[in-house]
Design a protein around this ligand. Structure first.
Ligand SMILES: [Fe+2]
Length: 514
């Protein structure tokens, strides 16, 4: 899933409060409260005698602030200010973010701290809580962390499966915090050592942790998909993140059965790699989007990264460990922070998902006052129609994310459908993707229906007026020749209606004519 702008405003808010708050605020209520919280954290750190921890935290803080300053400068340089001066700086949203910062500091939750977050500067910067769930009892487990930009945080998922002969198979590792490694070590005590670390995606956010994770499990081999590449500088991952105890990662074959080579887990897990080309990013020929479907045969579970998703009204548990970002995002307009209720968290999740999937949802307006740190926090005004847009997504049994359905797949509909046909030849009952819901119930027929809809319906039919921004990007990309002109699905690949369905339609037609 594409993600957005989220955790940074919290950092920006602090930096901004220090720079601006002391000069301009009369009451100082929020800034002094913020200082008290920061002082409290500093005192507890010193009391514990953790001077190096404090130094590292300050270093991380200054790196986060530098990142935010750079981001703000970029936005300032490209956006027209209305100079509608200074919406009051100290709002409820800012105080919520200060609370979130305090709750996710290294001093408060050292087991969740990931010091190398700057290698992939996505939020949350530093603290990465993990939510563990048993997806299939005694067989499959999911480990969710958060990932995003500025104030839009969604879950990103690692999946672990038990191997028949003992040991563990790990898919798309997430940040190896002390908390996460401890959770996996507990599984190792019951089911054996981590044997294989497998990445199914070319997206940097799904593969960058494979090296650091493998350092905690040095006897495991690491597998990356073929024609793997790195954006924006296309260098081998093992050069960019040189932490692979076993040397260079191995290359996943295109298919585990009937392919050009086999993999050690092929008797219990099949897989098929999807490669989508058609962008100037990769010279049009090589794939710019890569995903892999893995079929865990014993549990009838398909594990994949981004291709298919499902969303529910309530945010996944990892989003609710520290729910302040959901409450900030739930705001309908500046300074209207709701109380921490189940409904408010659901509203915040709905708006987060709309931002994350659609980038520029139809129901939101961004009000730019010139105070970018505040604007990115609470400068959004939502039309009530956002709820119907979110409900429409929740109602779908599953869906191909808009960015893939509108920008990526139209270039290679036939290749996508052939890959989908391999997936639907498997007898699965559930899917675990790397974002949003997972696992969710799914059959091959339902997967086919969702994929065919993505490959044959127009963007408006799939996502309504919310598709407009991506349609504009698509048109511009074609005009600039950075994306190929879309190709329709070949007629021979269109799924014929099922006989039973045809019979039902004939009966219904006959009934309606009477
Ligand atoms: Fe993703």
């Amino acid at each position: 899933m594409s993600t957005r702008v989220r955790d940074a405003p919290r950092v920006a808010t602090r930096a901004h409060a220090r720079r601006v708050g002391r000069k301009t605020r009369k009451s100082g209520t929020s800034s002094s409260a913020g200082r008290r919280r920061r002082d409290g954290v500093a005192r507890s750190t010193a009391d514990d005698g953790e001077r190096s921890t404090a130094r590292e935290a300050r270093g991380a803080q200054s790196r986060r602030e530098a990142l935010l300053r750079a981001a703000s400068a970029t936005v300032m340089a490209t956006t027209t200010t209305t100079a509608d001066a200074a919406r009051a700086a100290a709002g409820a949203a800012r105080r919520l973010q200060e609370t979130y910062f305090a709750a996710t500091s290294k001093a408060i939750a050292p087991e969740r701290w990931y010091p190398y977050w700057w290698a992939l500067p996505l939020a949350p910067y530093g603290s990465k809580a993990t939510a563990l769930a048993e997806a299939v009892p005694g067989e499959v487990w999911t480990f969710d962390q958060l990932q995003g930009l500025l104030d839009v945080l969604v879950n990103v998922r690692m999946t672990v499966a038990r191997l028949e002969g003992g040991g563990l198979w790990v898919h798309n590792p997430v940040a190896p915090t002390k908390e996460l490694v401890g959770m996996v070590k507990e599984l190792e005590k019951r089911y054996g050592a981590v044997k294989h670390i497998v990445v199914g995606s070319a997206a940097i956010e799904h593969k960058i942790y494979s090296g650091p994770f493998s350092k905690a499990f040095p006897n495991a081999d690491v597998w990356l998909p073929p024609k793997n590449w790195t954006f924006p500088v296309d260098v081998p991952l093992e050069t960019y993140v040189p932490f692979y105890p076993q040397g260079s990662p191995k290359t996943l074959p295109m298919q585990s059965i009937g392919g050009e080579q086999n993999v050690p887990w092929a008797n219990e897990i099949e897989h098929a790699v999807l490669q989508v080309g058609g962008s100037s990013l990769r010279g049009f020929k090589d794939p710019w989007f890569v995903d892999t479907a893995f079929y865990l045969k014993r549990t009838k579970t398909v594990v994949l990264t981004d291709v298919m998703e499902k969303v529910s009204q309530q945010a996944p548990p990892v989003c609710q460990i520290n729910p302040q970002p959901l409450l900030v995002r739930a705001m309908d307009e500046p300074d209207k922070v709701p109380a921490n209720t189940s409904q408010a968290r659901s509203d915040g999740w709905g708006k987060t998902v709309l931002f994350g999937l659609l980038f520029n949802p139809n129901a939101v307006e961004f009000e730019f006052s010139g105070d970018i740190a505040n604007d990115l926090l609470d400068g959004f005004k939502w039309d009530p129609s956002w709820r119907a847009d979110f409900d429409a997504l929740v109602a779908k049994p599953m869906f191909v994310p808009p960015i893939l359905a509108v920008l990526a797949f139209p270039r290679r509909r036939d290749e996508v459908k052939r890959w989908s046909n391999i997936v639907t030849s498997w007898d699965f009952t559930s899917i675990i993707p790397s974002h949003l819901d997972g696992p969710f119930n799914a059959t091959p027929d339902e997967f086919t229906a969702a994929m065919d809809f993505a490959l044959t319906a127009t963007p408006y039919e799939q996502f309504g007026a919310n598709a407009q921004s991506l349609i504009d990007v698509d048109k511009l990309s074609v005009d600039l020749k950075s994306l190929e002109v879309p190709k329709p699905l070949s007629p021979e690949l269109i799924t014929p209606p099922k006989p039973a369905q045809e019979a039902v339609e004939i009966v219904l037609d006959a009934a309606s004519e009477q």
